[in-house]
Design a protein around this ligand. Structure first.
Ligand SMILES: *[C@@H]1O[C@H](CO)[C@@H](O)[C@H](O)[C@H]1NC(C)=O
Ligand SMILES: *[C@@H]1O[C@H](CO)[C@@H](O)[C@H](O)[C@H]1NC(C)=O
Ligand SMILES: *[C@@H]1O[C@H](CO)[C@@H](O)[C@H](O)[C@H]1NC(C)=O
Ligand SMILES: *[C@@H]1O[C@H](CO)[C@@H](O)[C@H](O)[C@H]1NC(C)=O
Ligand SMILES: *[C@@H]1O[C@H](CO)[C@@H](O)[C@H](O)[C@H]1NC(C)=O
Ligand SMILES: *[C@@H]1O[C@H](CO)[C@@H](O)[C@H](O)[C@H]1NC(C)=O
Ligand SMILES: *[C@@H]1O[C@H](CO)[C@@H](O)[C@H](O)[C@H]1NC(C)=O
Length: 363
């Protein structure tokens, strides 16, 4: 029997979410049953069988630039998070956790599909990690993870968002590999970009959206991805992160009611005040959006207010959606400090970012 993931649609949901105190996810008790993240050779074959394919078996580069090591560490760090996410999702669906309940007709094919995807993510991690070990660099350790969702459709919508972040980050990494003279790694990274794109097409179809979101997907940076992972999914202090030479920006929350509508509007944002309670000088701040492969869009911060009781700063800013040059698919929102007149790329924006990224996803 084969019921496709797509045909299961939303109608299989049996329960509304209930409030549960979320227990962080960890790999401590071998939830995959494959010894992940340190499978032995036999367990790797088991993962490859589930993944419908194998790790690349050709030689890997014997030396790369230190910047390329950082890229491989970020890739492994992200992929182990994705493996954790799909492991938690499989557990929830398998155990009919409230918000994740399906009858057997739907449950089996959904678990089957998610198990293939998880195994593919495991191999992505193992490949990046094995490359780091072969290069004598620090491999990636696992963390404790949390996921800000409690229903199956919300989990799939979240998977779209974090995979869209990856889809913008890997091309940025390809460019850095080229600049560093490590071009041999570029095709392998490209194969993963396509693979993650196939995943998002499946998730979008499942949520009854057009499979492909945009003609040119939104550009990202390693800094945006590393910040988003640490701000949203990693239990703080559960693992070392400082061996990865990337910044974690202060968070920027979008406080407007989700989902953000596909129209021009004013959005509300919030970011933390300094730990000592001092109010930052926001006159040199701007809000910058990055969407598709287009020039960053700069907006002034308006109505800036400080809430000492919560140690947060609030502001509003225009979101000049027009559905072509700006607004569909993934948009990054960043608070920057510095001149904005010559920003032409996501990397230019990352270089002056202090708060972010806020992640906006419009269908
Ligand atoms: C399973 O759930 C779906 C969606 O609610 C429903 O259409 C289908 O008839 C159910 N199948 C069984 C065997 O109960
Ligand atoms: C990477 O390799 C190290 C060393 O074998 C291991 O401790 C770690 O768990 C691995 N991490 C992943 C994500 O595979
Ligand atoms: C699994 O369910 C728990 C309990 O509701 C929830 O905290 C967690 O975020 C869920 N995991 C995923 C990936 O949806
Ligand atoms: C408070 O912290 C901010 C940011 O770290 C710093 O710029 C400022 O000088 C500090 N103010 C005081 C009064 O210590
Ligand atoms: C700023 O606040 C004032 C007073 O609450 C309100 O009338 C105005 O619409 C706000 N402007 C923006 C851009 O949010
Ligand atoms: C859409 O909005 C962007 C950002 O404000 C702007 O640069 C672009 O010219 C607009 N495009 C159209 C067709 O209005
Ligand atoms: C922006 O570019 C123009 C033209 O090259 C240059 O004159 C100006 O100094 C630049 N501004 C900043 C802040 O770099």
């Amino acid at each position: 029997m084969h019921v496709s993931f797509a045909s299961a649609s939303l109608i299989g949901l049996s329960c509304l979410s209930t409030l549960t105190s979320a227990v962080p996810f960890s790999f401590a008790n071998d939830p995959t049953g494959e010894g992940y993240p340190t499978p032995n050779a036999q367990q790797v074959v088991q993962i490859e069988t589930q993944a419908h394919g194998s790790l690349p078996n050709g030689p890997s580069p014997s030396s790369v630039s230190s910047d390329t090591v950082t890229s491989l560490q970020l890739i492994a760090f992200n992929e182990i998070f994705e493996t954790a996410f799909f492991s938690s999702l499989i557990q929830n669906v398998t155990n009919n956790v409230p918000g994740y309940g399906f009858n057997a007709t739907y449950q089996d094919p959904i678990v089957e599909t998610l198990t293939v995807i998880r195994a593919q993510e495991e191999l992505h991690t193992l490949f990046a990690n094995a490359s780091l070990i072969a290069l004598g660099a620090t491999p990636v350790q696992t963390c404790a993870f949390m996921f800000p969702v409690t229903t199956f459709p919300d989990a799939i919508a979240l998977a779209i968002k974090f995979t869209d972040v990856v889809l913008g980050t890997l091309p940025a990494i390809q460019q850095l590999l080229a600049v560093s003279g490590d071009a041999a790694l570029i095709p392998g990274i490209g194969s993963v970009i396509g693979q993650e794109g196939e995943q998002v097409g499946g998730y979008r179809t499942f949520l009854q959206m057009v499979p492909s979101a945009l003609p040119f997907l939104t550009a990202g940076t390693r800094e945006f991805a590393f910040s988003a992972l640490n701000q949203n999914f990693i239990v703080p202090g559960s693992c070392a992160i400082d061996y990865i030479n990337l910044p974690v920006f202060e968070p920027l929350a979008i406080t407007s009611m989700a989902p953000i509508a596909a129209q021009a509007q004013t959005l509300s944002f919030e970011f933390p005040m300094a730990a000592n309670g001092s109010t930052p000088e926001t006159s040199s701040y701007s809000l910058v959006y990055v969407n598709q492969q287009n020039l960053p869009v700069v907006e002034p911060l308006q109505n800036v207010t400080a809430s000492p009781a919560t140690n947060m700063m609030q502001f509003t800013a225009a979101f000049p959606y027009n559905g072509t040059t700006f607004g569909n698919g993934l948009t990054y929102a960043l608070v920057v400090c510095g001149p904005t007149e010559n920003l032409t790329s996501a990397a230019d924006v990352a270089a002056i970012t202090i708060y972010g990224p806020g992640l906006i996803e419009i269908n």
